[in-house]
Design a protein around this ligand. Sequence first.
Ligand code: PMT
Length: 215
Amino acid sequence: MKLLITVGPTREPIDPVRFLSNRSSGKMGFALAEAAAARGHRVTLISGPVALQTPKAVRVVRVVTAAEMLTAVKLQLKKCDALIMAAAVADWTPARIAKRKMKKGGAQRLTLVLKPTADILKTIAPLKGKKIFVGFAAETHNVTAEAKRKLREKNLDLIIANDVTAPGAGFEIETNRVTIIDAWSTEELPLLSKRAVAEHILARVENRWRAGANQ
Ligand code: PMT
């Protein structure tokens, strides 16, 4: 398969020296890319700013903001059979970017006005066709219900529910504990290395791909 994987955080600039971002290290997405390449797939990564070495045999497109990630996904989508959105894309971006460094100037309070970013998965949903779309849901509560809502609203084949408050799961660490959900089933995985989680997800995507090819 030709796989497109998004990974890492995005950064939304506030002024020339500051940005809004989140705790994604890129480890989950890079584990997916490494495992996919080792399983013989052709992999393109669209990566937000991360401090990880590019896996062998993987093409990387670097982006910074959510808007840049959307543009890159649209551009690369035509060439892929499956998309896995592991990136923690910012939901909000500053309504105005200050041209110069914002100074304290004795102020006791600073209010930032934010506007929503475009939802990448919702924007590209009309381009899905026979491609397999996989999302992640990073949640702190009502994890399964929220993941099922996102599966429906984002028109996904699979969603990986990620309780980012569970011990050993979520941001920055080497392990993860996820539940793989589709329209028919809910598969809870035990605590595993991110590489092992990646292998499970890829096996499910490959099954879907084979089933689609036989239709
Ligand atoms: O990078 P690590 O440190 O290894 O951490 C891994 C992880 C916790 C970041 C990863 O496992 C994970 O859960 N990634 C998804 C994080 C996320 O943004 O979840 P969400 O529930 O906010 O978004 C749902 C889905 O919509 C995601 O597939 C996301 O990529 C996508 N999305 C979100 C916002 C947006 N504007 N456009 C999108 O397409």
